[in-house]
Design a protein around this ligand. Structure first.
Ligand SMILES: [Cu+2]
Length: 105
């Protein structure tokens, strides 16, 4: 009985340690891949449907989390995981869709 209890608590401690390590690892991951938002100037938009084409193209890029595209300002606001993609790729993507873009300053 004593032996059984002791082995049980060892298992409990071991799983607690495992949980703590996995929590730490998750936290580190979250910090390393914090999302960033970039605003792209897309001067080639000519009507209210252009931003939809641009948004759909950008949403297909792995690592892109959110896209807001607006005809009025001729911009695409892209939130992405910098560990998975980058601004260069995003600009290439809009260009491939027919809309060359630059990073808004
Ligand atoms: Cu259009």
């Amino acid at each position: 009985m004593t032996l059984h209890l002791r082995s049980l608590s060892k298992t409990t401690i071991f799983s607690l340690i495992l949980i703590m390590f996995s929590l730490l690892a998750t936290n580190n991951n979250a910090r390393a891949t914090e999302n960033v938002t970039a605003i792209l100037d897309v001067p080639g938009m000519t009507c209210k449907f252009c931003p939809i084409t641009i948004r759909k193209a950008l949403e297909k890029v792995p690592g892109v989390v959110e896209v807001k595209s607006e005809f009025k300002t001729k911009t695409a606001t892209v939130t992405f995981d910098p560990g998975k993609t980058n601004i260069e790729t995003l600009m290439k993507t809009t260009a491939n869709a027919g809309y060359p873009s630059t990073l808004k300053k």
